[in-house]
Design a binder for this molecule. Sequence first.
Ligand code: ZN
Length: 262
Amino acid sequence: MPIRAVVWGENVHEQKNPVVAAIYPDGMHNTIARALAQEGDIMAETATLQEPEHGLPAERLARTDVLLWWGHAAHDAVSDRVAERVAQAVWAGMGLIVLHSGHFSKPFKRLMGTPCNLSWREAGERERLWLASRNHPIAAGLPDHFVLEHEEMYGEPFGIPEPMETVFISWFQGGEVFRSGLTWRRGAGNVFYFRPGHETYPTYHDATVQQVLRNAVRWAHNPAPRVAGDPTRAPNVPADKAPEPVTERGPKLHQPGEEGYR
Ligand code: ZN
């Protein structure tokens, strides 16, 4: 069974900016999807902002193993309902890979719970990505470092919670450094943030970047069945349903069968 990936693209600058349109005539999402499908073990589809429900109705997320997210100019145009739906799918076990300027996307900020801010500069600088975790599955087959000749600079401090693992650290020509490949676990879902991918440079045509993305999809895929029902439920377990016998004692705030506060 191939891994079912969906590449979500904002698809705004590809339509409006001639430089971006020339690099990605079919949109970045299609370039990324083709790269994912290259080795046959990943089945990659696409979804865009402009589709109904942004291409991500609940039933589609339910059969998506890993969602990739690229957004930049239109984070606010993503409906809160769809962003919450993506977060819930991650908590239930869907993998999520957030790319480049997706650091400010609604689903990523929701899952991180922090501002996710950083410093930046658009000067076509050389970016050197260093492997910080040699045996990490996302780094499989990669050299100790690789170079993207033209990239936007993102600099520390990056306003994120401390990651589970740091897979890549980037150095930029102007002197800044940045944690550019980071993992988290949120509920039953694996989350990976990968920094490169500014739309005016051909980053997603780079063979090493494409290898990272395929590795990341394989890593983010959680083969266990999706958590059934609402992953945010917080059930009361009354004393007579406790796994071991327990006698109630002391004063009580809640009435039997009460819903409880959220
Ligand atoms: Zn950018």
